[in-house]
Design a protein around this ligand. Structure first.
Ligand code: KG4
Ligand code: ZN
Length: 333
């Protein structure tokens, strides 16, 4: 079965072809330069860039996979969560192709797809397992049960972990994406130089909060005289510690349960190292997700679409895009 997946939920235009679980191609066009002057993603500009990039990315993905559109058995797109105007581009394209070719359409939940990316990369990773989803837009800790049921154990109450990296990197004046820039400058720095808050949510110990950490970090940078490397190492450590604290609780609650992480921030070397340590300390195994499947991509969209289609059949073509979708399956009210 050949599935074509489309991802346009935020600022990456992705198209991928997956055949029976195997990734044939996974092409992503980033819009980093489009939004950089504005200090954040501008939805209208994202949609316009998706419209321009999508045909090129689609051609490249088909060419790389050595397949043609009429060989595709299933068309899938992210229907949420994400920016409404950006989601619409990919959803319209997938529905249009499905209608024109008479093939089925599948609506994909972007959050579930990130978790699925970890499974695509790790065939030995089977439920039950814990997954830390950490990206520029989301931060959640979920547990996938053997029954297929997904429980969200905790989520951020304010900023996402990646957003916190990006906002602080901007204050530091670092060019490029925030997380990778901070990771780069943290190398060789002293992670114990500064103590920053880990973010505590009263009455909800598994939830995350990064806005206090962000404010404290910005104040420490603007009023202190910490070296850039020490600052970056300490700041990165505070985020890793905040994430690790909740993961540790979840590991302790279910001895031996497997652990994985996905989303852009899961590419962070120090976070991967810490999760590995925590899993080992609790008799669990950590399954890292390869970097191209951590950040936004369409292989995870096509991959999840294929499994959901086999289990539950196609989605209704009337399924709307759902910008505020949580971990539920799309189209479930
Ligand atoms: O999953 P993703 O590509 O897009 C969203 O769905 O948001 O994640 C992008 C986020 C950005 O905030 C970026 O700074 C962060 O992931 N990121 C990292 C690293 N690589 C990407 N954060 C920390 N360390 C990294 N190495
Ligand atoms: Zn994402």
């Amino acid at each position: 079965m050949l599935t074509l997946g489309i991802e346009t939920s935020c600022d990456d235009t992705g198209v991928a072809l997956v055949e029976d679980g195997r990734v044939l191609s996974n092409v992503v066009a980033s819009q980093y330069e489009v939004h950089a002057p504005f200090g954040g993603v501008v939805p209208e500009l994202a949609a316009r860039a998706h419209l321009e990039n999508l045909p090129l990315v689609m051609d490249a993905a088909l060419r790389e996979a050595g397949r043609t559109l009429d060989q595709v058995d299933l068309f899938a797109a992210t229907t949420g969560p994400g920016l409404q105007i950006a989601l619409l581009v990919g959803v319209a394209e997938a529905k249009g192709l499905a209608t024109a070719t008479g093939k089925p359409f599948l609506a994909v939940n972007h959050l579930r797809a990130h978790v699925h990316a970890a499974r695509m990369a790790n065939p030995d990773l089977r439920p039950p397992f814990l997954a830390l989803l950490v990206s520029g837009g989301h931060t959640s800790l979920v547990r996938l049960e053997e029954s297929g049921e997904l429980e969200e154990l905790g989520r951020t109450r304010d900023d996402a972990a990646g957003e916190c990296f990006d906002k602080v990197a901007r204050v530091l004046g670092l060019p490029g994406a925030g997380g990778p820039a901070i990771q780069k400058h943290a190398a060789g720095g002293d992670r114990r130089k500064l103590t920053l808050p880990r973010g505590h949510v009263k009455g909800a110990p598994m939830d995350f909060s990064f806005s206090g950490l962000k404010t404290a970090a910005v104040r420490a940078w603007e009023t202190g005289d910490t070296e850039l490397a020490d600052f970056c190492a300490s700041f990165q450590e505070a985020i890793v510690a905040a994430l690790g604290k909740r993961v540790e609780k979840a590991l302790a609650a279910r001895p031996g349960i497997a652990l994985t992480a996905a989303g852009g921030v899961a590419a962070n070397g120090r976070l991967r190292e810490r999760l590995e340590q925590l899993a080992a300390a609790h008799g669990s195994r950590f399954f890292p997700t390869p970097l191209p499947l951590c950040t936004d991509n369409a292989a995870m969209i096509a991959g999840l679409a294929e499994s959901e289609y086999r289990l539950l059949g196609p989605s209704d073509l009337a399924t709307p895009s759902q910008p505020g979708l949580g971990f539920r399956r799309p189209s479930v009210p």
